[in-house]
Design a protein around this ligand. Structure first.
Ligand code: UDX
Length: 425
């Protein structure tokens, strides 16, 4: 593979993984960000988030002279390919805020020479890329939509072992972009720009739908005395359905599923359409976060002054990301109800302006003297803790609400506690 010179706009999650992996593949990469503090720590090989394998790649590429971090105003030569990987946060209407994208594109138009190719990695609503491509093509700059499917905590592996590479644009430009990825052995789906953009939203919406579906079935399991883990195992064994993303619990969080489902819902409504299915996916997910608080109030009554521990603050294990994590909403609800909330997470940190909330240093410390415990993230350290001994240290009625169905109910009961899972017997 011929090494190329690449610039990446944005040292956020996607930009850093893209920049690091492209440099590991042999390309020479400049990653740009406006945050000077972040640039300084990245130059020292320190990433602003926890992602297995990423620090090693960044340090190795910096040493090999293939990766540098710069402020956009200090760069004049952007190389042959320019990636856009800046944020597209949700607005209050659910639409995507494209201000950062517009600012970067304006800088590209005014600084890069004709012949450069812009590769869009940020998640943008279908239709965005067609307009951007037109604007860039007027300056002789090519444009390809290349959505990312990186899971946090698994991003480096997902970069190299992706199930598919989606490239949207004109065939000649797509061929040039495909040359960057010769070491990635995934099928390439070549298509038009809006289709590439919609593949990303539709994929995330479908995965979110699987989760909400499992959660809805779980809520029925409680009523008919079935076990959701067994039901979903049986459902997932059908190859047409597949077994992944069918784990019932307190729902999905993170920086992608909530934002992208909202943006897709907005896209429907702003175009005069309606997606009852998508609305239900979002609605079930919001409902699911209330389930533990409702269950605890139902069992304990008034929560004023009652100690309720929350275990796990990140939106899933193996990441330090707490964005839109179910634990955040759950803690807010508990605090509103007057509960005292000790919380624990192996790496994630959450702050609340309340002296009723404290983040403590161990699972045991959080659980001790609590009347109820909510397991919000399935970290091994939490699921595999000594629940028999720990439950014995709780205060009556020693209620363990397992929001991720990962704790052994028998151990809780052996410690004198009551176990409640999500659709789990
Ligand atoms: C997701 C997509 O998987 C990825 O392809 C996309 O590019 C970005 O968004 P990520 O946000 O890192 O990745 O998390 P993911 O592992 O997909 O999990 C999302 C949420 O769903 C987590 O809160 C997780 O706990 C929850 N989840 C997942 C379930 O509740 N049940 C499941 O069966 C699977």
């Amino acid at each position: 593979m011929r090494p190329r010179r690449v610039t990446v706009f944005g040292a956020g999650y996607v930009g850093l993984v893209a920049g690091a992996c492209l440099s590991k593949s042999g390309h020479t990469v400049t990653v740009l960000d406006v945050d000077e503090k972040k640039l300084v720590s990245l130059r020292g090989g320190v990433t602003p988030f926890h992602e297995p394998g990423l620090d090693e790649i960044i340090t190795g590429s910096i040493e090999a002279g293939r990766l540098i971090f710069e402020h956009p105003s200090n760069v004049t030569d952007f190389g042959e390919y320019v990636y856009v990987a800046v944020g597209t946060p949700s607005t209050s209407t659910g639409s995507s805020d494209l201000r950062f994208i517009s600012a970067v594109v304006e800088q590209i138009v005014s600084t890069v020479p004709a012949g450069t190719i812009v590769i869009m990695k940020s998640t943008v609503p279908p239709g965005t890329g067609t307009a951007l491509a037109k604007r860039l093509e007027a300056h002789g700059i090519g444009y390809v939509s290349n959505p990312e499917f990186l899971r946090e905590g698994n991003a480096v592996k997902d970069w190299y072992e992706t199930d598919r590479m989606v490239l949207g644009g004109n065939p000649e430009t797509i061929d040039k972009v495909a040359e960057l990825y010769e070491d990635i052995l995934a099928p390439i789906l070549r298509c038009d720009i809006p289709s590439a953009e919609l593949i990303k939203y539709a994929s995330n919406a479908f995965l979110a739908m699987k989760i909400s579906f499992a959660n809805e079935i779980a809520n029925l399991c409680n009523t008919v005395d079935a076990d959701v883990t067994t039901v979903m195992k049986g459902v997932g064994l059908d190859k047409r359905i597949g077994g992944s993303f069918l784990n019932a619990g307190i729902g999905y969080g993170g920086s992608c599923f909530p934002k992208d489902t909202r943006a897709l819902d907005y896209l429907y409504s702003v175009n005069g359409h309606h997606s009852p299915l998508l609305k239900a996916v979002i609605d079930v997910n919001a409902f699911q976060r209330r389930v533990p608080v409702t269950a605890i109030r139902h069992r304990l009554g008034d929560l004023h002054g009652v100690r309720v521990a929350v275990l796990g603050l990140t939106f899933k294990p193996h990441t330090d990301d707490t964005r839109e994590a179910p634990a955040g909403d759950i803690i807010r609800m508990l605090l509103v109800e007057g509960a005292i909330v000790p919380a624990y997470d192996p790496v994630g940190v959450m702050d609340f302006e309340s002296d009723q909330y404290t983040q403590v240093g161990s699972v045991e410390e959080a659980v001790r003297d609590a009347c109820a415990v909510i397991v919000a993230t399935e970290w091994d350290e939490i699921c595999d803790a000594d629940w028999k001994t720990m439950t014995a240290t709780m205060a009556e009625p020693k209620l363990v609400f397992d929001g991720r169905n990962c704790v052994d109910p028998a151990a809780v009961r052996a410690g004198g506690g009551e176990y409640v899972g999500v659709g789990r017997r």
